[in-house]
Design a protein around this ligand. Sequence first.
Ligand SMILES: [Fe+2]
Length: 219
Amino acid sequence: MDGDGFMELGHGKEGTNLMWEYQKRLQFPVNIKKPDAKLAKLIITQLGGADGEVSAALRYLNQRYVMPYPEVVALLTDIGTEELNHVEIISAVVRQLTRNLSMQEIKDSGFDSYYVDHTLGIYPVSAAGESYMGSYFQSKGDPITDLHENMAAEQKARTTYENLLRCVKDDDVKKVLEFLRAREIVHYHRFGEALEFVRCDLDCKNYYHHNPAFDKNGK
Ligand SMILES: [Fe+2]
C-alpha cells in the first residue's frame, strides 16, 4: 500500500475501473402498514440528526482516504457503504409512515411544520426540525482519533435507536429499528478491533506520539 487512498480504492488504475454496482434491495425489508406521521417526525432524526445514518456514511467514506492501514480502509469502506443502505432504510420508513396522509392527519400529528417546507418529500432533518449539518461528523486524518470518533458515534447511534424504540409500538417499525440498533453494536466492536490493531502497530514500533497518516517514518 502506497498511501494513495484514491488508487487503493480501485479508481483510475489502468484495467481496474469497475462498473458501478448497486443492488436495488434494502439490507432489511421495510413493510409498514399503518401510517404514523408523529413517529416519522421522530425517526427522521436518524437521517438528518447529528448521530444519524447520513453522518455515519459520510464519516467513514471520507476518513478512509488517508487511513494508512489497508485492513482499516477496507473496514471503513464496508461499514460506510452499509450505512448508505441504512440511509435508504430510514428514508423508506419515513416514506411509509407518511404516505397517503390527509391534510387533517398532517395537522393533527404535528407533521405540518415539516410539510410546509418539504410536502411529503424526504429531507434530512433532526427530530427538532434542524437541517443536516456537515459539522456533525469529523474526518481528522489521524487513525487513533478517527477510530475513537467512530466508536463514540456508533454508541450515540445505538442510544438514539433505543430512545426511539421506547416511543414505538408498531411491530413493523420496531423490527426495523431493532435491526439497525444491532448493526450499530457490530460496528462499534469492529471499530474497537481496528483501534486495537492500530495501537499494536504503534506499540511494535515503539511510537505513540505521531500520526502514521501524516508523519513519515514516525517524524
Ligand atoms: Fe453504524
